[in-house]
Design a binder for this molecule. Structure first.
Ligand code: IMP
Ligand code: MG
Length: 189
């Protein structure tokens, strides 16, 4: 099914503004310390790339690849496909996500990483859908809250597509291929 933009949700300027705000806040909160940023693949790669350049602190950048699925009980389980490459013992860890929805992924990940004796673990996300929360997690750094709709762009995907769209949009089905198509966004002068 082809998709088109139903409406724009978050512009490039709004994204840039919250990335700068979060970078400044993290730089302030961890002043005099070193941080260990863990980007959750794949969705966080664009946000993480922008965010780390707004952080003025010594920083290790690492990645994990996980998937969250619900088992027979509603607690959900996180399967790890790729773990971090470095030891996080004694580190100030910040887990970076693209979007928090039920919160099950971050809840499990935070619990797991806490068993490795880091100095601290905080959570950071570009987008948050608080209305969908199941797990009782506190997200320390939130770029922007979004409504309970499926959004893509700025790292967020639908079946692997649309991560490279530079803004965040809500999609709708377009069976007749009549609407405004999602691409054609790169302006080459
Ligand atoms: P949860 O918080 O464990 O439910 O899972 C969050 C993950 O679900 C995110 O990392 C995304 O991969 C995915 N996700 C949730 N909402 C959206 C959305 O609106 N668009 C794209 N991916 C989403
Ligand atoms: Mg995803």
């Amino acid at each position: 099914m082809s998709k088109v933009i139903e409406r724009d949700l978050v512009s490039k300027d709004e994204i840039q503004a919250f990335v700068r705000r979060l970078g400044k806040q993290i730089t302030h909160d961890y002043a005099g310390k070193e941080i260990f940023m863990i980007g959750i693949l794949k969705g966080s790669f664009i946000f993480l790339a922008d965010l780390v350049r707004e952080i003025d602190l010594p920083c290790i950048i690492d990645f994990m690849s996980v998937s969250s699925y619900s088992g027979e009980r509603s607690t959900g389980v996180v399967k790890i496909y790729k773990d971090v490459d470095f030891d996080i013992t004694g580190k100030n860890v910040i887990i970076v996500e693209d979007i928090v929805d039920t919160g099950l992924t971050l809840n499990h990940l935070k619990t797991l990483l806490a068993t490795r004796n880091p100095a601290s673990v905080r959570l950071c996300t570009a987008f948050d859908k608080p209305s969908r929360r199941i797990a009782p997690i506190h997200v320390d750094y939130v770029g922007m809250e979004v409504p309970d709709e499926f959004v893509v762009g700025y790292g967020l995907d639908l079946d692997g597509y649309y991560r490279n769209y530079p803004e965040v949009v809500v999609l709708k089905d377009d069976p007749e291929l009549e609407g405004e198509q999602l691409f054609g966004h790169v302006n080459r002068d």
